[in-house]
Design a protein around this ligand. Structure first.
Ligand SMILES: [Fe+2]
Ligand SMILES: [Fe+2]
Length: 317
């Protein structure tokens, strides 16, 4: 028996807004939420083992998952200017004439065991580049495939957009939390790690309590406190919580060579961002958590090499 879903998701086709309803918030209620981006899932450097680890955890926690772009890497389409002539960005199972179809089919099969947890897949620049260069919409094909296979109701988001989390507390009171998400843009900055964007985004997204971004493969959470005035003229303080999601793609490796190494980029944090909503003192609270593998001394490369799906892993590795 499947676990009963504690939430439902809906989308107004005319608005770039996805709504998630939590109809039964009461004493002891909690809801885990995983925010992921930049899996670059089809890239040989994408750490599938860590992704499985986290998706299994999401299942165990019955978490809701929202994914904000670069699920796919997809740089090897026939007419894609980013393609290499040696296929270094392609896993063996995708080295086919129907490269894009293979990306979709294998993606559907791989994500299907976790489809129940997903509420949304949004677009990253890698999916919009695929659409531009190959006239192929990876995200809507993945979502359609998952919904058909798993009987789910996952929504296709945008590159940017709003998520609304609507809570019904004790069957009587309602509260809505607005989340703005963007896949992101720019390089992030080697020292500031993209944190400067928090103040830029805060200016033009005044209605969001949470602002999510991906793309730059960094990881941080920065709360900004605000001084507000209610409709009734009562001053109050609140937070706008800015969240930067990391990646699952291990680009640095042993640092010997490659585009990432030669442009002077450092190793990047791998994983996702975890949140837990809970109900206490008649209010909704939000805890945050990051998760790092420590028993390997944090050596992500070792985790990657131990990945039985890693195409570089040989029996003697
Ligand atoms: Fe990315
Ligand atoms: Fe990106």
């Amino acid at each position: 028996m499947a676990k009963k879903k504690a939430w439902t998701v809906s989308q107004d086709p005319d608005l770039n807004v996805i709504t998630v309803d939590f109809p039964d918030v009461r004493a002891g209620w909690e809801q885990w939420w995983m925010v992921s981006a930049d899996r670059h899932w089809d890239n040989p450097h994408s750490n599938r083992r860590l992704q499985r680890e986290h998706l299994e955890l999401a299942k165990k926690r019955n978490a809701i998952i929202t994914e904000i772009g670069d699920t796919y890497c997809c740089m090897e389409g026939r007419f894609d200017p980013r393609r290499t002539n040696v296929g270094v960005n392609v896993r063996a199972e995708h080295q086919r004439k129907d490269y894009l179809g293979a990306l979709t089919r294998t993606g559907v099969n791989w994500f299907a065991p976790y489809a129940e947890q997903f509420a949304m897949f949004g677009y990253g620049n890698h999916e919009t580049a695929c659409l531009k260069n190959n006239s192929y919409d990876l995200i809507s094909n993945l979502v359609e495939g998952l919904n058909n296979k798993a009987g789910t109701n996952i929504k296709v988001g945008g590159y940017n957009g709003y998520l609304r989390f609507k809570f019904r507390m004790q069957k009587t009171r309602r509260h809505t939390i607005n989340v703005f998400y963007t896949h992101g843009s720019g390089g992030g900055g080697p020292v500031t790690k993209g944190t400067i964007q928090t103040n830029r985004r805060a200016v033009w997204n005044p209605d969001a309590s949470i602002v999510l971004s991906g793309h730059i493969h960094e990881q941080w959470i920065m709360p900004l406190s605000r001084y507000r005035l209610s409709q009734d003229g009562v001053p109050y303080h609140d937070y706008q919580v800015h969240v930067q999601t990391p990646t699952y793609k291990e680009e640095y490796g042993d640092g010997k060579e490659g585009w990432h190494v030669e442009r002077g980029a450092p190793p990047k944090p791998l994983g996702c961002q975890w949140f837990r909503f809970y109900y206490a003192s008649d209010a909704i609270w939000l805890d945050t958590a990051m998760s790092f593998p420590m028993t390997t001394g944090g050596h992500m490369r070792e985790l990657l090499l131990a990945d039985d799906e890693n195409p570089y892993a040989r029996p003697d590795d």
